[in-house]
Design a protein around this ligand. Structure first.
Ligand SMILES: [Zn+2]
Length: 134
């Protein structure tokens, strides 16, 4: 509807949580997932080169870059999901498309490192813990 500047908050994600992951949930912690609520955030598409990102501590969606009116909003599902309930093949067309969207745990270490700045606090902690174990 209107142009958006980078860093602008686009929406608050409903603070409704469930213990089990599902296709439209967003992982917050090991057994805490933001629930599908039927609100607009359930319909945000994945992109490997997204124009938005989640700010996990405030549960907000922010623009990563300036957006033009009418641009579809997307975020990287791999920034929130350790192991996805509903993996899929990506056809986003981005140069760095990950193709197989199955969860952060399935990325190569270099891909995990590249995505870490946008990843949730839970994923960053989990990654550190897994690497300490290995
Ligand atoms: Zn992709």
């Amino acid at each position: 509807m209107e142009a958006i500047s980078a860093g602008e908050v686009l929406m608050a994600i409903a603070e409704v949580f469930v213990e089990q992951r599902a296709q439209h949930t967003i992982q917050i912690d090991e057994h805490r997932h933001q629930a599908g609520t039927g609100e607009i955030d359930d319909y945000l598409n994945h992109s490997c080169d997204p124009n938005c990102a989640l700010v996990f501590d405030r549960l907000e969606l922010v623009a990563l870059r300036p957006l033009v009116a009418g641009e579809e909003l997307s975020f990287n599902y791999l920034s929130s999901e350790w192991d996805m309930a509903a993996p899929f093949r990506c056809g986003c067309g981005a140069a760095g498309c990950m193709r197989s969207i199955s969860g952060f745990r399935w990325l190569a270490p270099a891909e995990q490192d590249a995505l870490a700045p946008l990843a949730s606090p839970y994923l960053r902690q989990r990654l550190a813990a897994e690497r300490t174990k290995a």
